[in-house]
Design a binder for this molecule. Sequence first.
Ligand code: UDP
Length: 236
Amino acid sequence: MRSKYQRVLLKLSGESLAGAKGTGIDTERLGQYAEQIKEIASSGVEVAIVIGGGNIFRGLSGATRGFDRVKGDQMGMLATVINSLALSSALESVGQPARVLTAINMFPIGEHYSKWKAIEALKRGEVAIIAGGTGNPFFTTDTGSALRGIEVEADVMLKGTRVDGVYTADPEKDSTATKFSEISYDEVYNRGLKVMDLTATALCKENGLPIVVFCMDTPGNLAKVIAGEPIGTLVY
Ligand code: UDP
């Protein structure tokens, strides 16, 4: 397989794991993602993954229901660990070795994350699933994936979503919205586009980590992005 990238950080939202049900983990969707990830990993691309937890719990929405925000965020971080374990299990069941590393020490559920452990796993051909976000409340997994992508020296952050790129407006709400093939970090900010939260976008900009936003729900798309096909939107 032709590959534009050698090492990638793939960000998957928790919601996308929920599939059509909208909550929890859809095993069919999980299996489909595992196949796509195996396809690129077995061709030699090094794959680190950060998964969200929104399909299980979000700290901010917990706070509106009376939970302490810090405890709610900790619940959200634990949700990302649940999703990471599910994805690692799905990867192993299709024959793709994977290792879960956690931002907060919770051995033996995963190994305590360090940049070097992640890179060691990647060099061994294992998918490194980096769980627990940044390990701190008041952050998101978008920021966690920007941070981990920069730390492990990924060539790009691939943001796999259910939408096929960045649009002028929300294409699910506005039929006149048009898609960008590429857009700068500054334009994302100036237009107030909701690609990622500001902290994550600023980290990527300051450290020169480009982002490709693409639809992960169409099988084969991940391999197309890796091959450099112009699907999705490049944020640079
Ligand atoms: N979270 C956190 N710190 C982090 C990453 C995540 O506190 O560094 C918590 C936060 O409560 C968040 C939840 O984990 O709402 C799930 O993450 P996120 O909302 O980013 O998941 P996604 O929207 O990608 O499913």
